[in-house]
Structures are given as structure tokens and as C-alpha cells.
Write a protein that binds this ligand. Structure first.
Ligand SMILES: [Zn+2]
Length: 323
């Protein structure tokens, strides 16, 4: 079997799903991108055996009356209206006080008013002052570009409203991370938006852009756990199997430098265990996907010691020991 760092689904909505099956489905870590905060202190500190490690954005920051304040699926209180630049710092502070590790903004011109450029810039500045990255839902012409211009760090979805020009894609690839969420466009019955998003992602990836695996779990009929169709879509966009694994095992988004130790449990309390042998032929994408879909999440300490490669002590470790 293979032991890897715990897989991350970087776009979920825990308020809209039953997360019980996530670990059996191979997911060790989730990033909730709006509408959920831990209700109890015990929810926040994951007992290593209880379920995936969850980090979250808290409320959706958007224009008053904007997305998703009028959406039927959005739990009451999940939107935080930000009317003007002067309101930005308090809105960000509120999420930080609730324990958010990322700030979510919405720019959806198809569903209502969107944040003005100065208000969006003020939110980004307030978040960055607290070392929190900003993730944006962008939908409608020009919204992905507006997010980039304002200094947004992550796009919560691969842009799907329009084909982005090469120059913008290249600029984005140098500074942004995109969360894939391709399968929400049809759930196996690909729509026009699926084609637009896939084309954008393929070009963003080719330009060196950083991609995280994310499903928008809670949005429609998605499997609770690793989504075969999302994996297949990433491979179809030109990510190699190793790049797909990198998209699954990345650290939680952060603006603080991550000092990660080597070893499969470095990313958290849980690891990914995949039985069987990974196909040796790098072109056997179907075989890779079948192998990958056997993934299970397990508490790191439950994995038999011989299966975990021994991590060698690095210079900083030795300095810790010496001090
Ligand atoms: Zn979402």
C-alpha cells in the first residue's frame, strides 16, 4: 500500500452535507468556503479519529443583496454584506474572531449586485493584514479579472463564465491558486460551462498556475469523498498523475510560510492510505484513477509504523533538539 499526506478537498460546504462518509471516501482535510463555523469548541479541535480536519471561511462577504444572500440553499446568516470600504475591516475581523483561516468574497454579477472595486480592495487589504488569504467566487463577465486586479489569492472555482484571455491567464498563473470544481458543471453530463472551465484550467495549468483539488461539495449530486469525475477532468486538462496528487496533498491555503516536515503525516493528523500498486505506466490514466479511488483516510497513528517511511531529521529539527 501507499501512504500519502491526507487528501484535501479545498472547497466544501459542511452546512449542506453529512460529512460522515468523507474519510471512508479518502478525504482527510476540508476547507469550508462559506456558511459554516464550528458551533462547539469541540468541533474545532478535531479529535484525530473523528473525521476530516476542517478549516473554514465563515460568512460570505459580498455586496448588500448580492450572492448568495438571496439563494434558497444559503443558511440564514451565512452572508455578511459589505457596503463600503469603511465596512471591510469589521467584516474581516468578524470572520477572524470566529476562527476563519481564509476570507471568502463573492463576485457574482449573474445573481445580483457585486462588490465595488474599492470595497473589494479594502477587504483584501484587511485580510492580508491578518495574514489571511482571500478566496473569491467569480461568476459573470469580467468578475475573475476584477478579483485578480484586487489582489485576491484564490479563485474558489475555475472561471466558467467566459474564456479568459491568454495575457490574463498568464498573469494569474504567476500569483493565484485556482480550486478546480469542474464537475459541478453537469455532474457527469458536461455543460457549456464545463467546457469553458476545462479550457481555462488547461491553459492556466500550462502557464504554471497552481491548482487545488476542490469539489464544491454541497452543490448538487456530488459523491461524499474523492470524486472520480473531478479527477478525470483534471487529468483531461493536462495535469499528470503526480500533479493530481500534488493538487490533493497541498497544504491548506495560507499566507503564512508553512514549515512542513517531511513524511506522510506532515499535512495533518490523518494520512491517505491507498491499497494496491500504482500503475507504473505514466500514460495509464484509467489505471491511475482506479488505484487512486481506493484511497482511505486514516489517523496517522493508526498506520503501522513500517508502512510510514522514516523521516530523516533536518537541520531545523536538530536545532530544536539542541535548544
Ligand atoms: Zn461553494
Amino acid at each position: 500500500m501507499t501512504v500519502l499526506p491526507g487528501f484535501l478537498d479545498a472547497h466544501v460546504h459542511l452546512a449542506l452535507i453529512d460529512p460522515a462518509g468523507l474519510t471512508a471516501g479518502g478525504i482527510s482535510r476540508v476547507l469550508d468556503l462559506g456558511g459554516w463555523t464550528p458551533r462547539l469548541a469541540t468541533d474545532a479541535g478535531p479529535a484525530a479519529d473523528a473525521g476530516p480536519e476542517a478549516r473554514f471561511a465563515g460568512q460570505f462577504l459580498g455586496a448588500p443583496g448580492g450572492y448568495p444572500s438571496r439563494q434558497a440553499w444559503a443558511p440564514a446568516g451565512s452572508a455578511c454584506p459589505v457596503a463600503a470600504p469603511a465596512d471591510a475591516a469589521a467584516a474581516v475581523a468578524r470572520q477572524a474572531a470566529a476562527g476563519a483561516s481564509v476570507i471568502k468574497v463573492t463576485l457574482n454579477s449573474a445573481a445580483g449586485p457585486v462588490l465595488a472595486a474599492d470595497t473589494l480592495a479594502a477587504i483584501v487589504a484587511a485580510a492580508h493584514e491578518r495574514m489571511l488569504p482571500v478566496a473569491a467566487h467569480t461568476e459573470g463577465a469580467g468578475q475573475a479579472s476584477a478579483a485578480f486586479d484586487a489582489g485576491v489569492d484564490l479563485l474558489a472555482h475555475t472561471p466558467f463564465s467566459e474564456a479568459l484571455p491568454e495575457k490574463l491567464l498568464t498573469a494569474m498563473a504567476g500569483r493565484m491558486t485556482w480550486i478546480s470544481t469542474l464537475d459541478i458543471h453537469g455532474w457527469g453530463h458536461p455543460t457549456r460551462a464545463f467546457a469553458v472551465a476545462s479550457d481555462n484550467l488547461a491553459r492556466f495549468h500550462a502557464a504554471g498556475g497552481r491548482v487545488l483539488y476542490g469539489t464544491d461539495l454541497g452543490n448538487g449530486p456530488l459523491p461524499v469523498g474523492l470524486n472520480r469525475r473531478e479527477i478525470e477532468a483534471l487529468l483531461a486538462c493536462g495535469l499528470t498523475p503526480d500533479e493530481v496528487l500534488a493538487a490533493l496533498t497541498a497544504d491548506f491555503p495560507s499566507r503564512t510560510p508553512v514549515h512542513r516536515a517531511a513524511g506522510p503525516d506532515a499535512a495533518g493528523h490523518r494520512v491517505t492510505v491507498i491499497p494496491g500498486d500504482r500503475p507504473t505506466d505514466p500514460h495509464d490514466l484509467a489505471g491511475f484513477t482506479d488505484w487512486l479511488l481506493g484511497a482511505r483516510s486514516q489517523p496517522a497513528r493508526s498506520v503501522p509504523a513500517p508502512a510510514v517511511p522514516t523521516r530523516s531529521l533536518t537541520r531545523p529539527d536538530l536545532e530544536d533538539l539542541e535548544s
